[in-house]
Design a binder for this molecule. Sequence first.
Ligand code: MD3
Ligand code: FE
Length: 217
Amino acid sequence: MTEDLFPRQPGDPVFREALADGAWLLRGFAFEEAVTLLIEVDRVLQQAPWRHMRTPGGLQMAVAMTNCGPLGWTSDARGYRYESCDPTTGKPWPALPLAFAALARNAAQAVGFAHFAPDACLINRYQPGTRLSLHQDRDERPLDAPIVSVSLGLSAIFLFGGLQRSAPVRRVQLAHGDVVVWGGRSRLAFHGIAPLAAGHHALTGSQRINLTFRQAL
Ligand code: MD3
Ligand code: FE
């Protein structure tokens, strides 16, 4: 399927859709900045290329990842953690682009989280068939800070569960330019991404790219 390059018209208002207690979907919030964001992703990749990290259990992750910002999320045989240097290059993670910081802050502010200043941005890449199994994000220190995620390129089906793994899972489509702010009660909800469907997007080709902004420390 080829996706529409212009789903939102200039000047359209931003609608906030409550997904759950504390979780807000801002459809198209990053649409106008998307080209800039993708140029910045390419710049990050020149310094910190995609890699498939290993879980503590020894499995290679299907999602390719990199990071920018003062801290980067990493996983290996020793566990999950945030590091200030990229283990594959030994150098600090690339700086957080100004456009990233501004977008994350503005999205958080739009749903009532003032002064969100992420110190970590995980960049995930999905290709057709890539999935992210149900998990919680619990490697961060302040659990009162929200997480902001930005979807770019191909659409994906986001799996949104509850506070227990066994809770029922809702399926929410996340499209190019969509931003979700996860805070409050939903901060520790189980979540994942269904296997990415094949497709083509004018800006990313056969990929979905997700930016996840967190305050790790
Ligand atoms: C809900 N990434 O990197 S972003 C992850 O699309 C991750 O790449 C997915 O889950 C992706 O950990 C989903 C949306 C997201 C991020 C953090 C959350 C949803 C969340 C934390 C709590 C609840
Ligand atoms: Fe997650």
